[in-house]
Design a binder for this molecule. Structure first.
Ligand code: UDP
Length: 242
């Protein structure tokens, strides 16, 4: 796709959304029998499955910690998930995203309750239309809760970005999809621990002013409340008896 003349016109983004509007969101819990906890999250066409294994014996042994568990996130974008087939296996991007996701969860999961063990969180992108790390983080958060692993808080994330109209004026928008990620001036991945408000992930690609950042963040904070409620609703639905 060539760079479009605009990403925003007459109050609408390229997919018809308003600036503060989320894509259609779906959250399913308990999608993988073999896992201790699992979830699938869709933000529009972005679709990610998360599966949690553990706490369990940790390999390799030299990583074992006597006072807590080691939580490792493994992010993977499957070959068929993008337009141009992605080379299988972890590249630099996957290593980076796995690291930031691991760090986001280490700050909220009660790792000290499970000394000498490992908790593995697999995040598999089945279909990518941008914001995959944040969609994955939301799925992983639900999967960890479903696995019954104690957390100080659920973790919830939203992306926001900076897009332009046909006159070159710029706007902040939430839940960035592919054309906005590719052609917009900036995109931000932002996540926080719901109970404490602690920011657990913040990454920015591109440039924004402080004012633009705060405007985007404000929209994202509002959207996050909606995502969080959907996470909780999906979790409750697994345990509710008809
Ligand atoms: N993407 C792609 N091929 C790649 C990497 C990324 O097509 O090898 C697309 C995919 O849609 C992804 C988007 O570019 O969701 C944005 O990627 P980014 O690295 O910004 O991370 P994300 O927004 O997915 O967390």
């Amino acid at each position: 796709m060539e760079k479009p003349e605009y990403l925003f016109k007459n109050g609408k983004r390229l997919d018809g959304r308003k600036l503060d509007e989320f894509r259609k969101m779906k959250i399913k819990v308990d999608v993988i029998d073999n896992a201790e906890g699992s979830a699938e999250v869709e933000f529009g066409k972005t679709r990610v499955v998360a599966a949690v294994y553990g706490p369990r014996e940790l390999h390799p042994k030299h990583l074992v910690m006597s006072d807590r568990a080691l939580l490792r996130a493994h992010y993977d974008m499957l070959s068929f998930s993008v337009e141009d087939r992605k080379r299988p296996g972890p590249g630099r991007r996957e290593v980076e995203i796995s690291k930031v996701l691991s760090e986001a969860f280490r700050s909220v999961v009660a790792l000290d309750r499970f000394p000498r063990t490992g908790i593995d969180v697999f995040v598999k992108v089945v279909q990518a239309d941008a914001s995959t790390r944040i969609t994955g983080l939301n799925a992983a958060s639900v999967a960890l809760a479903h696995a019954g692993i104690p957390m100080r808080s659920m973790v919830t994330g939203v992306t926001f970005g900076k897009i332009y109209d046909d006159k070159g004026k710029t706007y902040m928008a939430v839940d960035v999809f592919k054309p906005e990620d590719q052609w917009g001036m900036a995109d931000v991945a932002y996540a926080k621990a719901w109970n404490t408000g602690e920011v657990v992930l913040l990454q920015m690609d591109g440039d924004v002013t402080k004012e633009e950042f705060m405007e985007g963040k404000k929209m994202a904070d509002k959207a996050m409340e909606y995502v969080y409620k959907e996470q909780v609703k999906a979790l409750k639905s697994v345990y509710e008896v008809e």
